[in-house]
Design a protein around this ligand. Sequence first.
Ligand code: SF4
Length: 502
Amino acid sequence: MPKLLTKSNYLLGLQCPKLLWVAKNDKQRIPEPDEITLKKFSEGHIIGELATRVFPKGQNIPDENFKENLENTKKLISKRIPLFEPAFMVDNLYSRADILVPVGEDEWDIVEVKSATKVKDVNIHDVSFQKYTYEKAGLKIRKCFLMHINNQYCLDGQVEPSELFVQTEITEDVEKFSEGIESRIEQMIKIINSNQEPQCKINISCNNPYECPIKSECWEGVPKDSVFDFYRMLKKKCFELYDSGIICLNEVPESVKLNDKQAIQRRLAFDGGKHIDKVQIKNFLNNLKYPIYYLDFETINPVIPKFDGMKPYQRIPFQFSLHIQEEEGGEIKHISFLAEGTSDPRPKFMQALKDNLGEKGSILVYNQSFEKGVMNESATAFPEFREWYDENILPRIKDLWDVFRNFYYYDSEQGGSASIKAVLPVLSDLKYSDLEISKGDLASLEYERVTYGDVGEEERLRVREALERYCELDTLAEVEIVKGLREIEKGEKLNIDHPAQL
Ligand code: SF4
């Protein structure tokens, strides 16, 4: 049986010939999708089903059996009704449309459904492959559309699919992206039928449009402290250095123009140790007023709004952790909130914050745009919190991230990252890897699963306990980091090497 090139194969082939070859010839090298990816898949199915409701006279073509699906498509195509998931196979090409809509006497529109809120290049390539295949199979294609989520949709009662989605015409873009498609497909068919795996150097496509699933294999030889660790350096520039033979930070010559932060990284790669700007750290710490409220949130952002008045992907806070310290070196009190039940958690969440954030003192967060954005949206939805948020909370928020994204403190062990997960281990013995839930997106996923899914009580309690531990560590991390910075500022931390300004 000849190997078929599907539309997802075509997209892999555009990303990298080696990835395409592995997907067709050595699939076991591609790791199973993780929980987050599986969740995206299942969300995609739900969105796909909702989209079909926009075409009430349409007919679904079940996909259990490959051959039956092709035969049923052949039978139904003459009925001139919208078809969901019809399949076509021609000259070793195989493609299924999300929706094909009949137009006039003998034409069809392609409607590709996506759960994103805008059109991406990868979607246009996807539809280009479909159009090429359907036309080769004898269909006349009139127009192409991407049916994606309308980010202005506001839930009011039942979800209304005709308002949740918008259709953006992409016919012209598809024409443009189709230039040269025939020879690309020919080339890809040669690749998948070859016994020889293509040799590909790592390149900008390894993360574009998606992180390559076999990246760990190809990037195995990239050493620690490589040029890819440069803070916020454009990937294009990283590859220019790498491809010219400059692999490690300590190989970057003075002639290469770097910004201040990247220059610090290069200097530390030669000298070792840390960069510490004591003046800026002191300014930051002096700006913190006791009692300090160390705060962190967790949110979900469902594509289909859950509660009236909400938009797609709008964030719903369901948990916070708060450590309170009345004075420097004083005792730390911990308070947490984790929403119970399936109703909108926002009013209780905001009330719990109001009850516990006091009247004065700094509210310390890590990346303030997130916490501010979530509280601001909640205060808009529940105006009884607006005045309290604007007048009492907003002026008290301080961002611990400033210290690290501005490189007032940088340790080469951070590997070019200023995230709290990179900073915590260099300033304390705490680490996230010991936790069952160790990432924010996994926390959101687990909360949704045990709150809205069909889960036994024991499992629900176990996950809630793990969620409590995870969120608590986020604010305990802030406490530890501030403690570490105070020791550095006072010169009490002994393992300081090469301080920049003392
Ligand atoms: S990691 Fe990069 S080079 Fe390797 S297969 Fe993936 S895209 Fe190709």
